[in-house]
Design a protein around this ligand. Structure first.
Ligand SMILES: Nc1ncnc2c1ncn2[C@@H]1O[C@H](COP(=O)(O)OP(=O)(O)OP(=O)(O)O)[C@@H](O)[C@H]1O
Ligand SMILES: [Mg+2]
Length: 153
């Protein structure tokens, strides 16, 4: 597997920009698995991706609806698996329709359904940054692993 690409973020705006830059790599059919704890910035990163894709609708965590769909230059399926407790619960969703729907799938809390995701996918991991064991409120580390052949040059 390729080395993860690492991006430092000092603010919400940095994470939005990272998402926007990342959006330029996406093509129809791509699946992006986002992981990282509560408040790590998954939704903010996705807001940047959606802005980059020209989505005009508001983008928020679909925690209660599980899936929100937007349209920009590409169709966007925004999932949040937070409320799904098991892989079985994720399996009960019809993911195939989204994976094969000709859009891009952005999945928060993807670890809850990882075995059901396609092998060829982007992994985006967000993490808070600690200094002397104290969390730095506005700093995050973003790690991106691209599927084979899709790494940045
Ligand atoms: N560098 C940063 N990048 C992203 N968000 C940041 C940063 N610094 C501070 N924040 C704040 O952290 C919060 C991130 O919230 P966000 O909803 O994106 O997290 P999340 O990972 O989607 O959480 P959840 O698991 O609850 O869905 C926001 O309130 C944002 O303003
Ligand atoms: Mg979120």
């Amino acid at each position: 597997m390729a080395e993860p690409e690492e991006i430092g973020s000092e603010s919400r705006e940095d994470t939005l920009k990272a998402g926007e830059a990342f959006s330029r790599r996406l093509v129809p059919g791509d699946v992006v698995a986002l992981t990282g704890g509560l408040g790590s910035g998954k939704t903010v990163f996705i807001q940047g991706v959606c802005a980059g894709l020209g989505v005009r609708e508001p983008v928020t965590s679909p925690t209660f609806t599980l899936l929100q769909e937007y349209t920009g230059r590409l169709r966007v399926f925004h999932f949040d698996f937070y409320r799904l407790e098991s892989v079985e619960a994720v399996a009960a969703l019809d993911l195939t329709a989204a994976f094969e729907g000709g859009g891009v799938c952005l999945i928060e809390w993807a670890e809850r359904g990882r075995p059901l995701l396609p092998q060829d996918r982007f992994e985006v991991e967000l993490a808070s940054v600690f200094e002397r064991s104290l969390p730095c409120p506005d700093r995050r580390r973003i790690r991106i692993v691209a599927p084979a052949g899709r790494e940045t040059a």
